[in-house]
Design a protein around this ligand. Structure first.
Ligand code: ADP
Length: 320
């Protein structure tokens, strides 16, 4: 039976990571384990920035955004020599297993560590919902709420000025934030990696919204890095009856207090991770599928194809 586990947060941070840290710590301590916080992701693991966590050290964090352990990127972690240093840091403290909260890059690191004898369990901590083996990642719902709130406000003012607001949201590899926000805010056009970007089509549709549907304003939601939203705004001003205005929501989407859903998800997933580690299981990641918390081998999870977004895309088209 293992005695000491560690927890770290890695890659881009997401609201709800703190709830996951709290759950892993409290469930672990209550099961008789010693729990260690590894600061700044794999960077802190390599450097030995590792400290014991107590009941009190995770008190009051469930409602806080960000991650109390900090996060970082360490590309060199792909190098086995660097990972060996990390394993040494863990072994000299008697830490036998680790919970890794992060995205698919962090999962690859967790798998490599497992192969080197440190059992790791991955929890999906990313706002983009871009991990295919779970229906929801920790932080997605909170980021969605932030986006919806921002777009609702933009709609108020763009309606007063016959404007078209072009809103860039996060999620380059997975358009869920754009798609869900588009449906929830009554947007007119969404552009994601799945829909693709056709400038002429966007301009034609906006002219139709202005001249035929006679709407006072329009909202276009674009996933990041698909097109230059400032350029698109200029083209809209030149080629349609709307004045185009671009808004990049940026890192605001990563902040804020996690929604109750994300806190619940993180708590349930944290519990599952500790249970798996106590059973001597590693190299798996936790997901939620049909409202059940499940565990899947990381290797299998990373190879899973993305689910089709067609049903929601169709719903969106039927609503505009
Ligand atoms: P995310 O976990 O959000 O996808 P990254 O892709 O930046 O974010 O990965 C986070 C960290 O995970 C990286 O900085 C690196 O330390 C580690 N990592 C990423 N890919 C690998 C890999 N193939 N092998 C080992 N570690 C990796």
């Amino acid at each position: 039976m293992i005695k000491r586990i560690g927890i770290l947060t890695s890659g881009g941070d997401s609201p709800g990571m703190n709830a996951a840290i709290r759950a892993v710590t409290r469930v672990g301590l209550n099961a008789g384990l010693e729990v260690f916080g590894i600061y700044n992701g794999y960077k802190g693991m390599v450097e030995g920035y590792i400290e014991p966590l107590t009941h009190a050290s995770v008190s009051g964090i469930v409602s806080l955004g960000g991650t109390m352990l900090g996060s970082a990127r360490l590309p060199e972690f792909k190098d086995e020599e660097v990972r060996r240093k990390a394993v040494h840091q863990l072994q000299k403290r008697g830490i036998e297993a680790v919970v890794v909260v992060g995205g698919d890059g962090s999962y690859r690191g967790a798998l490599s560590l497992t192969e080197m004898g440190i059992n790791c369990i991955g929890l999906p901590g990313t706002i983009d919902n871009d991990i295919t083996c779970t229906e929801f990642t920790i932080g997605f719902q909170t980021a969605l709420e932030t986006i919806v709130d921002a777009i609702d406000k933009l709609k108020d003012t763009s309606g007063s000025h016959h404007r078209c607001s072009i809103v860039e949201v996060m999620g380059n590899r997975c358009g869920d934030l754009a798609l869900w926000a588009g449906i929830a805010t009554g947007a007119d056009i969404i552009i994601t990696k799945d829909t693709g970007f056709d400038e002429q089509d966007v301009l034609d549709r906006l002219r139709d919204i202005d001249l035929i549907k006679k709407k006072r304003h329009a909202i276009v939601i674009v996933s990041e890095k698909l097109t230059d939203v400032d350029q698109l705004a200029k083209k809209i001003s030149l080629n349609t009856g709307f004045a185009g205005r671009a808004t990049v929501l940026g890192h605001i989407q990563r902040g804020g207090s996690a929604t109750p859903f994300d806190r619940m998800l993180a708590s349930q997933m944290g519990e599952k991770a500790v249970d798996l580690l106590m059973q001597g299981i590693g190299g798996q990641c936790v997901g939620i599928i049909e409202n059940k918390i499940v565990a899947i081998p990381i290797e299998k999870a990373l190879a899973m194809p993305a689910e089709s977004r067609k049903p929601l895309e169709n719903l969106f088209e039927r609503l505009v």
